[in-house]
Design a protein around this ligand. Structure first.
Ligand code: AMP
Length: 432
């Protein structure tokens, strides 16, 4: 199962860009990994390393710091987990009879924490290291018990980790490796203060890795304060996602979106569908509408309890509910195979979120379709997306692109004669 090819992009100039040398290793066996890890990789049925794995693993094995511009879907978890597990295996732990935390991975959401911890367990299946997950929204008791028993690796969301530190349940004075994953998302979610607190409690002498899908100024500043002579690795599945995923846009009145969605869901090829809404309330409302139309559907967002989120994901994964309605943040890091369709019920405001959303389909070599339902009010957001991905998204078969949309974006004035927002001005052809 080959991952989509990633394209090397250049990073901001604060750090020199990493250039893969012509002699870059191309097989897992070329990367210098120990046999137990190579075996685990074989169990996972990974045949060749992804670009980020090829570029990062040899440097990380040497103990270098790393700044990675990469998002979920590039294979970045294995890129850091494999060398970390090798480091733990090759260097004996402090011999005071205890099991101190030697690796800390910080990630923005519970789902991502669970997924990263799962990856450490999978890649470390032939090694003795223990991994604990720490996240909010659930009882802290099992987490505290896991910490008491001793664990080599902790994967945590910053808020709950800081809580447990303040209660005296966590000591970070033996941490050798710190990973900040999806750093941009952590900053967006207001985790910068907890992160700074947490970092202050660990030794300065350590290996630090920072991954981020985007590199705004705040991230570069954080990287500069935490990393020492980092190697830079930048990969993005944007271009290949755009070519591998069949993208479509349907220009439709806001009030007609639900009907069009119901039509789409009836089509035979639409098997496992992930639908995005902008808000939690919107996700709940849409899920209720779909339920009323006898569609088995789950909603996933931050207001749900941990139990409800896990149940929703399990039902979606197992196919008991073929439709999942989610918000961007809740869906971050979800790795469900076989998603045939991603539907943007609302056009995302941030163009980059579009790339993350559609990347949920066409995972690990599969094909996928992404359909965006765009109302006239959302047309400028759609234009920004097309600018980012560098292509016009073709119109969904059976629907039309209204004249208003064909104008250059800046000449579109919702109040100009002939169009008033909210009026039924356009929609899918033949569906009235
Ligand atoms: P990540 O970007 O770490 O979330 O990984 C995305 C998906 O790619 C996960 O399902 C991994 O299991 C899978 N994956 C990671 N490395 C490889 C590889 N070398 N070959 C095939 N699949 C991989």
């Amino acid at each position: 199962m080959g991952l989509r090819k990633a394209r090397i992009i250049s990073l901001a100039t604060a750090f020199p860009a990493a250039v893969p040398s012509a002699g870059s290793p191309i097989e897992f066996t070329d990367l210098g990994l120990i046999p137990q890890l190579l075996r685990a990789v074989r169990v996972e049925e990974y045949t060749t390393p992804t670009p980020i794995q090829r570029q990062a693993i040899p440097h990380l094995l040497q103990g270098r710091d790393l700044l990675g511009c990469a998002q979920t879907g590039t294979g970045k978890t294995a890129a850091f987990a494999l060398p970390i597990l090798q480091r733990l295996t090759n260097t004996p732990r402090a011999a005071n009879g205890q099991r101190p935390i030697r690796v800390l991975v910080l990630a923005p959401t519970r789902e991502l924490v669970a997924q990263i911890a799962q990856s450490f367990k999978a890649y470390g299946r032939f090694l003795p290291h223990a991994t604990a997950s720490i996240f909010g929204g659930v009882s802290q008791v099992p987490q505290v018990n896991a910490l008491r028993k001793g664990t080599d690796i902790v994967v945590a969301t910053p808020g709950r980790l800081l809580d447990l530190m303040e209660q005296g349940h966590v000591r970070l004075d033996h941490v050798e490796v710190l990973v900040l994953d999806e750093a941009d998302r952590m900053l967006d979610m207001g985790f910068i203060v907890p992160i700074r607190h947490i970092v202050r409690s660990m030794p300065k002498q350590r290996q630090t890795l920072l991954f981020s899908a985007t590199m705004p100024r705040e991230i570069m500043a954080l990287a500069q304060s935490l990393l020492t002579s980092p190697v830079n690795v930048a990969v993005t599945p944007v271009s290949s996602a755009a070519t591998r995923i069949d993208q479509r846009v349907a220009y439709v009145d806001k009030g007609e979106k639900l009907n069009l969605l119901l039509d789409l869901l009836k089509r035979a090829a639409v098997s496992r569908t992930l639908i995005f809404t902008r808000t939690k309330h919107g996700a709940d409302k849409l899920a209720q509408h779909l339920q009323r139309a006898a569609i088995r559907v789950e909603a996933l967002h931050g207001n749900k309890t941990q139990g409800a989120r896990e149940r929703a994901l399990d039902n979606f994964r197992a196919g008991r509910s073929p439709v999942l309605v989610a918000t961007d943040i809740a869906a971050r890091g979800i790795d469900v195979e076989g998603i045939s369709h991603v539907v943007n019920f609302d056009v995302p405001v941030e163009a980059e979120a579009y790339v993350h959303r559609i990347g949920r389909t066409a995972r690990a070599g599969a094909e996928g379709t992404a359909i965006t339902l765009c109302s006239i009010e959302e047309r400028l957001d759609m234009r920004s997306i097309e600018k980012l991905i560098g292509q016009r998204v073709p119109v969904l078969e059976g629907t039309v692109e209204p004249m208003e949309m064909r104008q250059p974006a800046r000449s579109l004035q919702p109040t100009r004669p002939g169009f008033r927002p909210g009026r039924r001005s356009f929609g899918p052809r033949g569906r009235r």
